[in-house]
Design a protein around this ligand. Sequence first.
Ligand code: DAK
Length: 257
Amino acid sequence: AYENILVEKKPPIGYITVNRPKVLNALNIKTVLELMDAFEGMANDDEVRVVILTGSGEKSFVAGADIKEFQNLSPDGARQYAMRGQKLLNLIERLGKPVIAAINGYALGGGCEIAMACTIRVASENAKLGQPEVGLGLIPGYGGTQRLPRLVGKGRAYEMILTGRHIDATRAEQIGLVNKVVPQASLMEECENIAKAIAKQAPLAIRYCLEAVDRGLNGSLDDGLALEADLFGLVFGSEDVKEGVSAFIEKRKPEFR
Ligand code: DAK
């Protein structure tokens, strides 16, 4: 019973769609709360192995935070606003299962930031990405100043953040902001193909890969390698390793649990 999002499950894939097409799927507070609830549901549902996040319609993924809500925001309200947003993006980034952003149009401000918290980004040819906050007198507030340079490098991140300009899908692919660009009609199919390829792999190994990359990138190489070794050791306690190795030797497909 959500007002602003659509949630669907076709195991192994879970779908979450921001559904405010009249305002280009801008994120108001209610939508952020609903997304949090839906992502928590996906995290706790063992039948869901990969989540696809997209926006309703053919024009926009998410055109940012709902600018109209900024008008009456007090400093304390803005602080709570920031904490809620950060909580949602951290939840997505640390869900324990991959989240694929199907970027079907505008991904601006908070929309670009939510896409960057996802594991993989696929864009349709009409997609436009950007961090236009400086034009509103703001700075990116959902991690844009941190996740964008990590994805595309400092110089390119500065160019986007300081000019506020939108870039098209081709440029976004060139600089590594999106993994792939496809025609809009094949966007979902492409995301589902990636999701199915991931869902065939051992779920615990996928979870540890996500943790190793995400936590590793935030620390030193030595700390990251130590974490990788720990998780490598941990995964050896799982039935899935026995199954994966036996299946290879017996020349059959593994059945991971
Ligand atoms: N918020 C509210 N309404 C929006 C919206 C948005 N972000 N984007 C579009 N809309 C609404 C428009 O007002 C319009 O509504 P009506 O006039 O029909 O009632 C409808 O969607 C259609 O939009 P347009 O008529 O403008 O459509 P166009 O094709 O002409 O232009 C556009 C599309 C995407 C270029 C344009 O709509 C646009 O520039 N939108 C704003 C994009 C933007 O600046 N996004 C960044 C928002 S700032 C924070 C954390 C995070 C953030 C803030 C604080 N804290 C930690 C406190 C995040 C900030 C942002 O995301």
